[in-house]
Design a protein around this ligand. Structure first.
Ligand code: UN1
Length: 495
């Protein structure tokens, strides 16, 4: 058995106070990867206390210096990319190209946010009185709590951690319980990059660990990515303490294909958006909204393509699709496939697990899906794609917009007018033209409308919003008591 995955609190790698552990498993082999510290309220509170202490100096460290540490994080992540990607594939199953991409997003974000150390732009504006100056500054918040999922074990935490750190906050991070080992490896990078002790703390565990973080009054911000069910619980609990919350939850993303689309391109994009990461991205495509003229041809090509995908251990470079993350995830996919069949949808390919070790499930395509069916509306989080036929662009947009989620959408068309109408009318946080629904870049805001979130965004220009407070500053250098809008005239006369 390999070494215990420990918590990182106040710069020390330590066991949980109870000494309890749980195991992290490899979903391709069902073997244990490592025992992991199971943290409770006591551990979380110790981490928050360490963060509170470290915040005192970190917030006073000049932001360009903080940025230099982030640049070192970027460089070390680049050096250790293979090591981290390999452990990630072993721990959550996605293939190496995808785990490398996951680490790359964190590298990109570290450079991007490192640069914020020399920007973090506020603004000045004219004020109403003479001899007075006004400015608005971005200020740190204090201790922030991060709760992240297993599907992007390094990228998603990086979207939260790096902006939080550059802005001068101290962090307590609770990673997904399926990916604690790779999370610890990620935290080690910050330690080795010279981040002061206590500025970033790791507490591993499951639901109760996250709940303890949400319930700690010293944690002023909660940034959550994960299931809608848990996210809404976090939101309502945090609201009772007046905390700022960022939520990134489910998706039911669609690709629209119009009759005039480049079909070869569409087939590639649909395949990778639906079956890449075994369908376990919040941006994954789970609905294909296709205009009736191209439906048969497109479905035929997709079925052929799905049959060529090689399933297996993601460490094997020739594999296209890894396993689902765990037994529960596969049970859920199986349940939804039964629901789809029961609703009258037709299975065109897949629809079964593989008869091997590991939580493998064949790429699955349902045709004859009606827009009101559950498989057309609920998030499955697996390699299951539902084809919905429509008459025209207008109907396609309507079908796209009517679900409870609003993260990502896409349209394939060669008609620039149709493309721009779609950009205008699709009500998701991210819209793609002639590209799948996955692959968001870190320099643009990431997040969704409706049930996907709560109006906040991560990354890009919005990336600092969750982790900063505006501080408006007025400096009166008149030497008098000036009351705006009351005695402007009098003051001007006496000048
Ligand atoms: C997620 O699934 O939670 O756009 C994030 C993408 C990736 C991030 C997905 N860059 O698919």
């Amino acid at each position: 058995m390999v070494e215990l995955v420990r918590n990182y609190i106040g710069g020390r790698w330590i066991e949980s106070s109870s000494g309890e552990t749980f195991d992290s498993y490899n979903p391709a082999t069902e073997e244990s990867i490592a025992p992991v510290a199971k943290s409770g309220v006591e551990d979380v509170n110790a981490a928050v206390q360490a963060a509170k202490e470290a915040y005192k100096n970190w917030r006073l460290t000049p932001a360009p210096r903080r940025g230099e540490i982030l640049f070192r994080v970027a460089a070390l992540l680049t050096e250790r990319k293979e090591e981290i990607a390999h452990l990630m594939t072993q721990e959550m199953g996605k293939i190496l190209t995808e785990t490398r991409g996951d680490v790359q997003e964190a590298i990109d974000m570290a450079y991007y946010m490192g640069g914020e150390g020399r920007r973090m732009l506020g603004y000045t504006a004219p004020v109403e009185m003479p001899n007075k100056f006004g400015m608005a500054l971005k200020d740190s918040v204090g201790v922030v709590g991060l709760i992240t999922p297993w599907n992007f074990p390094v990228a998603v935490p990086s979207w939260k951690m790096l902006p939080a750190l550059i802005a001068g906050n101290a962090v307590v991070w609770k990673p997904g319980e399926d990916t604690p080992a790779v999370s610890a490896l990620f935290v080690k990078v910050f330690e080795d990059a010279g981040l002061p002790s206590g500025v970033l703390n790791l507490v591993t565990g499951a639901g109760e660990t996250g709940a303890a973080l949400v319930n700690n009054r010293d944690v002023r911000v909660i940034s959550f990515t994960g299931s809608t069910e848990t996210g809404l619980k976090v939101y309502s609990q945090a609201a009772t303490m007046g905390k700022k919350v960022t939520l990134e939850m489910g998706g039911k993303n669609a690709i629209i294909v119009l009759d005039d689309a480049n079909l070869d391109l569409a087939v590639e994009a649909i395949t990778w958006s639906a079956y890449g990461t075994t369908g376990q991205r919040c941006t994954a495509t789970s609905r294909l909204i296709v205009q009736k003229g191209v439906k048969s041809k497109l479905v035929e090509a997709l079925v052929e393509k799905a049959k060529t995908l090689k399933l297996g251990n993601g460490l094997d470079e020739s594999v296209n699709m890894g396993p689902l993350v765990n037994q529960k995830a596969r049970d859920k996919v199986e349940k939804y496939v039964e629901i789809g069949k029961g609703e009258g949808a037709k299975l065109a390919v897949g629809g079964h697990r593989l008869d091997t070790k590991g939580y493998f499930y064949a790429p699955t395509l349902f045709t004859e899906v009606a827009r009101e069916m559950r498989i057309a509306r609920e998030e499955i989080f697996g390699p299951v794609l539902s084809v919905i036929e429509v008459n025209d662009l207008e109907e396609a947009v309507e079908v796209n917009n009517e679900v409870a989620y609003g993260l990502s959408s896409s349209i394939f068309t060669e008609n620039v007018n149709a493309a721009f109408k779609a950009i205008r009318d699709l009500t998701t946080g991210i819209v793609y033209v002639n590209h799948g629904t996955t692959g968001a870049e870190i320099q643009f805001p990431f997040g969704g409308t409706r049930g996907t979130g709560n109006g906040m965004r991560e990354a890009g220009l919005a990336g600092l919003d969750s982790f900063t407070e505006w501080k408006s500053v007025y400096v009166d250098y008149s030497g008098r008591l000036q009351r705006a809008q009351i005695d402007t005239e009098a003051v001007l006369k006496s000048e």
